[in-house]
Write a protein that binds this ligand. Structure first.
Ligand code: AMP
Length: 611
């Protein structure tokens, strides 16, 4: 069995790790660095990846691509707002994001592939053997196309991606929390630009993700920005210099601020010194840890809301969390540790390097797949509910949000129109009640159904999500056996912000959503009763008294008058009155149908006898 490495393909930094005996180890480059900056530069001398690319970022901003993970599996529409934050050129009019470098255009998976390739080569050099198989981690909220794009990146880099694993699951594995007999784990991941919280359940060596939440634009970079703003004001006050427009000075300040912030994680005070010869002064200032803590306190507080939401989603109180795991460089900040400890009421695990823990866990997962560890199963979770559109534009959920994957769900549907031979299947993702408010993932048709009265066909819809989070939808008409299916590979995915927004909106709109869903359902029921009554009146015209027919006609007209309106109660009452008015007619029709059936049976028997 060839070796499988574990890769943390991060927004800021990427790492590769492997299992050495019983313990996972990260693999350093020739200079001993384990973190590979997720930066790729296209220069006149060729392509640079990692530290070398990062170093020339200021000089070559338009040809140096960073944070490419934010663009994975997305279309231009998804990122057009974010585009202005990046100095490189993100192209319009494409379903898949493309980045312009020199004369060529590259896609995010291609850029990520260059990072993966560098890690692959690093591993091969260190291990002294070719590396062709990998496990790659992604955030738990990554949707189908983002996971797909990550797999594509692996393929482009010449890696056979054995599994896409959620980052929090990997982090828990690195801490060996599978050895817990039973427990609930919170994984708090605060990196450079993103924050994720995940709640996992561990039972008898099995991991299950109960809930995830986070903020895709919150992290250590925001701490740096807060400090830079404070420094700019201080420089203005002491030297009268306005450096905000000086790009080079700003870059120096940003790097200096980040370095000072990191030192202050281990020291109470530090001295910040930067010469600005072009402005004729050197800025020098002592900074206390407490100064920075005051600056970043609101940002740290900002991470606690999503933690509470995730707990609520998991149906748990903070006191029910047994273990807390810290991931991401920014969890080294003492204030962050304190606030996390206060929220969950216990000291978090922070023994392992928070930058390495995801890659280490990916290596453990790789070992499980390679057969080294046999008693463990990994389960992840769907970030948003999945379902199909049903009558009246309502979303019918098959797999609710935060369901553990792999998973499948089956439900029976039927037609709404007599003689319908084609059913349009519309696959949706999101938390809202109405189809139009959710994201459309795919449409396909189930054709060739035998014409039958409405409600007769039995259409079984199956949703299947594999261990990588890729969705397959099958539809089958059970009477005729006609089937259709589709693997859902949207041309581009949701933005993370959209996922958050959709979840947020579902809270905000919950009440009005339910009201409109109920209204639509009441209207659908009214339509069904109207159609059935009209059919029955046609069939039973000679079978009932004239005044009964008039009463039914009146009730029918009354329902038709309100059924398109918004007054649900009025529609419901009118439907009930019509139902009541037609009770006798229904009995008469049933009776005559029964008599007809008996008569035809007698005729058949008589015929049989004469034969
Ligand atoms: P990650 O995305 O997990 O690689 O985390 C990167 C972030 O962690 C950056 O914002 C770094 O500035 C921050 N970071 C790294 N080391 C430290 C430290 N010692 N103290 C505070 N922040 C740190």
């Amino acid at each position: 069995m060839s070796r499988i490495v574990g890769i943390d393909l991060g927004t800021t930094n990427s790492l590769v790790a492997y299992m050495e005996g019983e313990f996972p180890r990260v693999i350093p480059d020739a200079e001993g660095h384990v973190l590979l900056p997720s930066v790729v530069a296209f220069t006149a001398d060729g392509i640079l990846v990692g530290e070398a690319a990062k170093r020339q970022l200021v000089r070559n901003p338009t040809q140096t691509i960073y944070s490419v993970k934010r663009f994975m599996g997305k279309g231009y529409e998804d990122v057009k707002e974010e585009r202005r934050y990046f100095p490189f050129q993100i192209l319009a009019d494409h379903e898949v994001v493309r980045i312009r470098v020199d004369e060529r255009e590259v896609t995010p998976p291609e850029v990520s592939a260059l990072i993966l390739k560098a890690l692959k080569e690093r591993a091969a050099t260190s291990l002294g053997e070719p590396v062709t198989k990998a496990v790659i981690t992604v955030p738990a909220y990554f949707n189908d196309s983002q996971r797909q794009a990550t797999k594509d990146a692996g393929r482009i880099a010449g890696l056979d991606v054995q599994r896409i694993v959620n980052e929090p699951t990997a982090a828990s594995l690195a801490y060996g929390l599978h050895r817990l007999k039973q427990g609930i784990v919170a994984v708090y991941d605060l990196g450079g630009g993103t924050f994720d919280i995940s709640i996992l359940r561990v039972k008898d060596g099995i991991f299950e993700v109960l809930a995830t939440n986070g903020n895709t634009h919150l992290g250590g970079d925001d701490f740096d920005r807060a400090l830079v703003d404070w420094l700019l004001a201080d420089i203005r006050a002491h030297h009268g210099a306005h450096l905000g427009q000086d790009l080079e000075a700003m870059q120096e300040l940003r790097l200096g601020a980040e370095a000072a912030k990191c030192r202050l994680s281990f020291e109470d005070r530090t001295v910040f010194t930067i010469p600005f010869p072009q402005h004729g002064f050197t800025y020098r200032r002592e900074i206390q840890r407490s100064d920075v803590e005051a600056l970043i306190e609101p940002l740290v507080q900002h991470t606690l809301g999503p933690c509470r939401l995730a707990l609520a989603d998991a149906g748990l109180g903070a006191e029910q969390i047994d273990e807390v795991v810290l991931v991401g460089g920014s969890t080294r900040v003492p204030l962050v540790k304190r606030r996390v400890q206060e929220l969950f009421g216990k000291p978090p695990h922070s023994q392992l390097n928070p930058d390495e823990v995801v890659a280490l866990g990916a290596a453990v997962q790789a070992d499980i797949l390679a057969g080294g560890i046999t008693n463990m199963l990994l389960l992840d979770v769907t970030p948003l509910s999945l379902g199909i559109e049903t009558l009246g534009g309502v979303m019918s959920v098959l797999i609710p949000r935060n369901t553990t994957i792999p998973t499948s769900a089956k439900e029976l549907f039927t037609t709404s129109v007599d003689g319908q031979t084609v059913v349009d299947m519309h696959v949706l993702q999101g938390e809202r009640e109405l189809a139009k408010d959710n994201r459309s993932l795919a449409r396909f048709e189930l054709r060739g159904i035998d014409p039958m009265p409405a409600g007769m066909p039995r259409i079984e819809v199956t949703f299947l999500i594999d261990a990588n989070g890729i969705l397959q939808v099958h539809a089958k008409e059970l009477r005729t056996g006609k089937a259709a299916s589709i693997e859902v590979r949207p041309s581009y995915g949701l933005t993370d912000g959209e996922v958050e927004q959709m979840i947020e909106e579902s809270f905000v709109h919950a009440e009005e959503d339910i009201a409109s869903r109920l209204l639509i359902e009441t209207r659908n029921e009214a339509d069904t009763v109207v159609r059935a009554t009209e059919r029955a009146l046609g069939q039973g015209s000679g079978l009932i008294a004239e005044d009964e027919a008039t009463r039914i006609q009146e009730a029918l007209a009354a329902l038709k008058a309100v059924s398109d309106g918004d007054d649900r109660e009025a529609i419901r009452e009118a439907t009930e009155r019509l139902n009541h008015a037609t009770l006798h007619l229904a009995e008469v029709l049933m009776d005559s149908a029964l008599k007809a059936a008996l008569a035809s049976k007698r005729v058949t028997e008589a015929l049989e006898k004469t034969e």
